[in-house]
Design a protein around this ligand. Sequence first.
Ligand SMILES: N[C@@H](CCC(=O)N[C@@H](CS)C(=O)NCC(=O)O)C(=O)O
Length: 231
Amino acid sequence: MQIRHWELAGAEDDRLFSPNCWRVRMALAHKDLQAETVPWRLTEKDAIGFSGQGRVPVIQDGERVVHDSWDIAVYLDEAYRDRPPLFEGPQAKSLALFVKHWCERNVHGAVFSVIVMDLFASLHPKDLAYFRESREKRLGRRLEDMGAESKASLPALRGVLDPVRPMLVTLDFVSGASPGFADYILFGPFQWARSVSPVRLLEPDDPMYAWRERMLDLHGGLARGARGYPA
Ligand SMILES: N[C@@H](CCC(=O)N[C@@H](CS)C(=O)NCC(=O)O)C(=O)O
């Protein structure tokens, strides 16, 4: 039976914008596994109640249900050992874990600050009130107040990326010569942005731009072909 993947969608079923779901989408393609996308909205908690929690990504593979993008990647590598690995050994896994925490603490928030109002405008109408209430509570400010600063947030985001930039001058991927889960983690927020916002996050002369181009081309242009704006 095909793997099923519950993914966050916006107003349209194919506007798939969650950075964490994109990690899994890319990971499934990396392992050459077919999956059926089940579009999911933030307020549809009951639809993923079977996973015992209320966030996506969630996958179902036969009898097995796994949630959390990191746990899903680990599961896929263990369950499908004969397929290309997401983690080339335990060292790659430890380093990818660092990338995950760095990215979630630094990159996700910086991208959110830039795209906040475009993101809000892309949501399914039934998610608008929940999104506003939950995010304003978490951030302690109104979405519009953040949106008013979004232009100024762009240089801040580019600065946040400083530690990874020199590496991508000499290496094609964060994981080295070929992509691994660390790349999918860092790529998530870029794909999140271009799924909902026309803002150009990177300048063409930025080494990260060339890396993102490579990421967009992977797996038959999976990410490039997804609904969104030009990167
Ligand atoms: N650590 C989790 C985070 C999952 C997560 O926060 N997912 C968001 C979408 S990107 C979500 O489902 N949010 C539901 C909500 O805000 O109620 C993972 O990486 O899978």
